[in-house]
Write a new protein. Structure first.
Length: 255
């Protein structure tokens, strides 16, 4: 923990961080990179007496390095901060990873190894992996995630990630992505280990008139809101597991 000459710690409180993220569009204000740092614009951290959200911006490591090495001036960053590139479009985007290794997916109490069609609801693919076309190319991850009002919040299309900027809050680090609908209401939490192991720790979404929910407390439910639905998933109990279609007719499956 670094402290400046006024006794101010590098650690920024969560409400201030959230205000910065919301103003900046959740990602680097210059290049849309989803891994970022909090950069004090004016005054610099060395001369700051407190953390003021309107005087701090989001920069990825690469862009931050340009500022540190004085290749970019603080005035350039001020201009970027006024009109972040993320907010000039309806979404932010970036590339996840490039790996010839098929990622292992951890979803609820299940582990998917060398599995391609992971979640399908009423013939709509929610989460899948495509094998590489050539041996040296990458496996391709695709996913569509929604909130509980059936509003699309995150799309991954062949390793390219797009996140809508009208989410209430998006928090990212090198290995974690959290999308919040409200302060304690998580729409999605994904953690990863270099994108070779992907943990979907929490989700609360509605898609095709069906709601699917699980959280870190090992609660899982799938609810049909209108009619009959089929969900393809692994079913795991204490002593056996199986892959199959589950039929739900105007009801709720809780496990």
């Amino acid at each position: 923990m670094r402290i400046n000459k006024y006794g101010l710690s590098r650690d920024i409180d969560e409400p201030t961080k959230r205000e910065i993220r919301q103003r900046c569009g959740f990602w680097c204000v210059n290049c849309w990179c989803y891994i970022y740092e909090y950069e004090h614009i004016e005054p610099t951290f060395e001369n700051a007496k407190k953390h003021e959200a309107n005087k701090i911006t989001l920069l990825c490591w690469s862009c931050h390095n340009y500022v540190t090495r004085r290749i970019w001036s603080k005035d350039q960053i001020k201009e970027l901060n006024k009109n972040p590139k993320c907010l000039q479009e309806w979404f932010s985007n970036g590339i996840l990873w490039h790996s010839p290794i098929c990622p292992i997916i951890y979803l609820w109490n299940n582990v998917f190894i060398n599995t391609f069609n992971i979640i399908t609801i009423n013939n709509k693919s929610i989460l899948k992996i495509e094998p590489p076309r050539q041996k040296w190319e990458s496996f391709l991850l695709s996913a569509s995630f929604y909130n509980d009002e059936w509003i699309e919040v995150l799309v991954i299309k062949k390793n390219e990630i797009k996140i809508k900027n009208d989410n209430w809050d998006i928090e990212t680090s090198w290995n974690t992505l959290k999308i919040r609908k409200w302060k304690w209401n998580f729409t999605l939490i994904i953690k990863n280990e270099w994108w070779e192991k992907i943990y979907i720790e929490q989700i609360d979404m509605t898609c095709n008139w069906n709601r699917i929910f699980w959280n870190i407390k090992n609660t899982f439910s799938f609810e049909t809101i209108n009619g009959t639905s089929w969900i393809l998933m692994w079913i795991t109990y204490d002593w056996w597991w199986n892959l199959g279609w589950i039929k739900i007719n105007r009801g709720r499956l809780t496990m």
